[in-house]
Write a protein that binds this ligand. Structure first.
Ligand code: HEM
Length: 444
């Protein structure tokens, strides 16, 4: 491990983690949400307590809001960006970043990731992907997604017949979206396990205050993925397929030189698509399975009314949002609601809290697949960073959940589920399940 890695970790996570732990000990709930494993596992009571504290509570690193109207306003506003230095981040941390510089790992939270750039770069990158990722192109994946789901469900059949448990995350929820993204990016399916390993290691960088060892593992995973991506570009350029990534690379070459993206920018886009494509949808599937098992009357309703699945997916996204938070920085002095925020203010928008705001959702802690305004959730963010894969994620969620429950209508828990320890991404690491009820009663 090098000195500059330690300095980068210190700047990004070490100082923040120390301040968050201290402030959590003094009782600050928004800090505790980041550092207390129990609150991470069930943050919803904390969100309810943060909401009445004011429009934006004054956290140790950021102003924090869990109100739906304010989260929506910040995310949709041009007065906020993602790419400048935050003034309320401790000076020491900013100085350390300046000393260590940035490492061109192409992490999801650093430029040229779409998530970390403002206009005009953001528009330039996004235009490129939007051209390929059209509604029609996404809809044309439906048949392949159904085929993939069938193959994965078939592969579990032996264990179902023998009453053996499966891990629904490893055997199904992980594999469905990663297979789809391999098809999109023209990647052989043998790479799936490697992607899942890189993705799991790299996605912790979305959190604040992570441990040094996790930071090093994440950087190494992201660097390995970056190097693989450059090699993959060379393969596709020499031998383009009919996948979307090949089209993106070929489309580039027809553009005037000044409009083309550099290979680093292209790799940033491709890597984010890849990671965002499976690290989130796995949680939608896992969270959906648990909510439906816990609410059998709603599962019964869906069996009798299969046209209700689309809204059920919206309700899972609202109730147990796979992405719980994101952040923005005020570009200049701005008033949001009745709160004045000065230029450079770092704001954390608690998406998971906004989605349980009683001002918008009646009885918000009730899971209700028939909820009329379930779609008003902010699970896919808003404004210029609105999730590019939202249509694909909805389709994968609907097909993945519906086909699972159609094929194995009696599936149930065979042991305690384990949550992923992350704060930004919310989902399950393991879901031990019987696909058909065993002879002996099983654990619930
Ligand atoms: C249930 C599944 C998903 C959820 C909950 C989700 C959520 C999100 C959220 C909250 C953001 C914006 C973050 C911010 O505003 O700071 C985002 C952005 C993004 N998502 Fe998704 N996502 C999902 C699936 C996908 C899929 C399947 C893909 C691609 C195949 C994808 C690709 C992207 C990309 C490229 C961005 C960056 C957009 C930009 O910054 O302009 N996502 N997603």
């Amino acid at each position: 491990m090098t000195l500059d890695t330690r300095v980068r970790w210190g700047a990004r996570h070490g100082i923040a983690g120390f301040l968050l732990r201290q402030s959590a000990r003094r009782g600050a709930l928004d800090s505790a949400l980041s550092v207390d494993p129990e609150l991470r596992a069930y943050p919803f009571d904390a969100y309810d307590q943060i909401r009445p504290q004011g429009e934006f509570s004054k956290g140790v690193l950021a102003r924090v809001t869990a109100r739906h109207a304010l989260v929506a306003e910040v995310l949709r506003s041009d007065d906020f960006g993602v790419a400048r230095n935050a003034s309320n981040v401790p000076r020491a941390a900013r100085a350390m970043v300046a000393i260590a510089g940035r490492k061109k790992t192409l992490s999801p939270i650093e430029p040229p990731s779409l998530l970390a750039v403002d206009p005009p770069d953001h528009a330039r990158y996004r235009r490129l992907v939007s051209k390929i990722f059209t509604v029609r192109a996404v809809e044309s994946l439906r048949g392949e997604i159904e085929t993939t789901a069938t193959q994965l469900l078939d592969a579990m059949e032996d264990r179902a017949a023998n009453g053996q448990p499966v891990d629904l995350v490893t055997d199904y929820a992980n594999l469905l979206p990663v297979t789809v993204i391999c098809q999109i990016e023209g990647v052989p399916l043998e790479m799936r396990d490697q992607f899942l390993k890189w993705g799991a290691a790299g996605s912790v960088t979305l959190d604040i205050g992570i441990k040094h060892d996790d930071f090093v593992t994440a950087e190494n995973a992201i660097i390995a993925l970056r190097d693989w991506t450059y090699e993959h570009f060379a393969r596709l350029r020499a031998n383009p397929g009919d996948d979307m990534l090949s089209q993106m690379l070929m489309g580039q070459e027809k553009l005037p030189a000044e409009e083309r993206l550099t290979d680093e920018e292209l790799a940033g886009v491709a890597m984010l698509l890849l990671g965002a494509g499976f690290e989130t949808t796995v949680n939608l599937l896992g969270n959906g399975v648990i909510q439906l098992l816990e609410n059998p009357e709603q599962l019964k309703y869906l069996k009798e009314n299969p046209e209700g699945w689309a809204n059920a997916v919206e309700e899972v996204l609202r109730y147990d949002s796979p992405v719980q938070r994101t952040a923005r920085i005020a570009k200049h002095d701005v008033t949001v609601g009745e709160t004045k925020l000065t230029a450079g203010t770092f704001v954390i928008t608690l998406i998971g809290g906004a989605n349980r705001d009683p001002a918008v959702f009646t009885d918000p802690h009730r899971f209700d697949v028939q909820r009329e305004n379930a779609k008003d959730h902010l699970a896919f963010s808003g404004g210029i960073h609105y999730c590019l894969g939202a249509a694909l994620a909805r389709m994968e969620g609907e097909i993945g959940l519906r086909m699972l429950f159609e094929r194995y209508p009696d599936l149930g828990l065979a042991g305690a589920p384990t949550r992923r320890p992350t704060q930004t991404l919310r989902g399950y690491a393991r879901l031990p399940m019987y696909l058909r009820p065993p002879q002996e009663p099983y654990l619930r």
